[in-house]
Design a protein around this ligand. Structure first.
Ligand code: 3PG
Length: 416
């Protein structure tokens, strides 16, 4: 794909889509950003464009306001944070289309940065409405997409607007973050240095089945963790106790095991687990459902879990086995935690896998790629973020990309 470095942007209005959908929290009546990674990761593209004398107009979504002007989902605090990070003023307009936005975009000087308000304040954004896309396109001469995390959405700001701009002769290119995401989650895994070890966790087989299927064509070894373990165990006729399972996905799990065998891919399931006894409390969660306490954590050796217990993490033997496999890898892809790592009692599996990945990266020069979402959270929580090769900023987008899907926000960009 064409990248921002292929464009001549001097003096031009660059309309750039970014994924500034950052976690926020209300504190003393103000929205505070809890994790600015997604903003920080766009700085290389922004600094490059500023250096080239581009006039930069940034558009993004925040949350899912569904066409309402939900004030807690305003991008104003994000624009402020961006100004802090860039160390230069960032203008903000409280609408992403219309006269005010257009006037401000037209008045920009080379090197200026403008953020326009949440595109999802309009229903037309998610509907990929062509008239709305035309209105957005009035803000730029060329289009850049640096929003890998939103590239699986065919929305007006990620897809429609690129069509409008290319149709009228403008270019549509990938930003530098987008380029890195496509390189590490894409090219690097197409021709990986071997052994190529994939670590897959998370709660549901149904979320990961297409990823498993796609990676069975590429990987040498797949290590399974997380609650999806128990659906595989059911498929093998084991007892899963009160563990989370998808009984209707047993056939799918069996098919994956068969494919692994046929392809000669080493497919490992945990050999032991941390288990706990779920106990219903009289406290209610936000949704009004009773909160379940996980009590009496212990190691359960073997594959059968007693009736009243639930698997919550991989166990010490599995950690040893997985760490050994990881230590020999030359390429590592990790997507999905090994257990309920948000609870410190059940974080060891994910943290230990994180340490093994970090060590293989540092010692053996393995390329380690963390495929976004919860696995990135686990790596950050274990303070290993600077010891891996790449952490994706995508959640759903990484997953769809790893399934082998062509993302609409990427497909629409010009080829080189
Ligand atoms: C994300 O946070 O994964 C992206 O910003 C996409 O958000 P969405 O799932 O609301 O489209």
């Amino acid at each position: 794909k064409l990248t921002v470095k292929d464009l001549n942007v001097r003096g031009k209005r660059v309309l750039m889509r970014v994924d500034y959908n950052v976690p926020m929290e209300e504190k003393n009546g103000e929205m505070v950003i809890n994790d600015a990674t997604r903003i920080e990761e766009t700085l290389p593209t922004l600094e490059y464009l500023i250096g080239q004398g581009a006039k930069i107009v940034l558009m993004a979504h925040l949350g899912r306001p569904k066409g309402t002007k939900e004030p807690t989902m305003s991008l104003r605090p994000v624009a402020k944070k961006l100004a802090d990070l860039l160390g230069r003023p960032v203008a903000f307009v409280d609408d992403c289309i219309g006269e005010k936005a257009e006037k401000t975009a037209n008045a920009l000087q080379p090197g200026d940065v403008l953020v326009v308000e949440n595109v999802r304040y309009y229903n037309e954004e998610e509907a990929n409405d062509p008239v709305f896309a035309e209105k957005l396109a009035k803000l730029g001469d060329v289009y850049v997409n640096d929003a890998f995390g939103a590239a699986h959405r065919a929305h007006a700001s990620t897809e429609g607007v690129a069509r409008v701009i290319t149709k009228r002769g403008g270019q549509a290119a990938a930003g530098l973050l987008m380029e890195r995401e496509l390189k590490f989650l894409g090219e690097e895994l197409e021709k990986p240095a071997r052994p190529f070890v994939v670590i897959l966790g998370g709660a549901k087989v149904s979320d990961k089945i297409k990823v498993i299927d796609n990676l069975l064509d590429k990987a040498d070894t797949i290590l399974i963790g997380g609650a999806m373990t128990y659906t595989f165990r059911l498929a093998l006729g084991k007892k899963v106790g009160k563990s989370l399972v998808e009984a209707d996905k047993v056939d799918v799990a069996k098919a994956a095991l068969d494919k692994a065998k046929a392809k000669g891919v080493q497919f490992l399931l945990p050999v032991d687990n941390t288990v706990a006894t779920p106990v219903m409390t009289d406290k209610l969660n936000k949704k009004g459902k009773p909160i379940i306490d996980l009590t009496n954590p212990r190691t359960n050796s073997g594959l059968d879990i007693p009736d009243n217990e639930e698997g919550v993490d991989i166990g010490p033997e599995t950690i040893k086995q997985y760490s050994d496999v990881i230590s020999k890898a030359k390429t590592i892809l990790w997507n999905g935690p090994m257990g309920i790592f948000e609870d410190p009692r059940f974080a060891e599996g994910s943290f230990a896998v994180g340490r093994a990945v970090a060590e293989a990266t540092g010692k053996n020069g393995a390329k380690s790629i963390i495929g976004g979402g919860d696995s990135v959270k686990a790596v950050k929580k274990a303070k290993l973020g600077d010891k891996v090769t790449f952490m994706s900023t995508g959640g759903g987008a990484s997953l769809e990309f790893l399934e082998g899907t062509v993302l609409p926000g990427v497909a629409v960009l010009n080829d080189k």
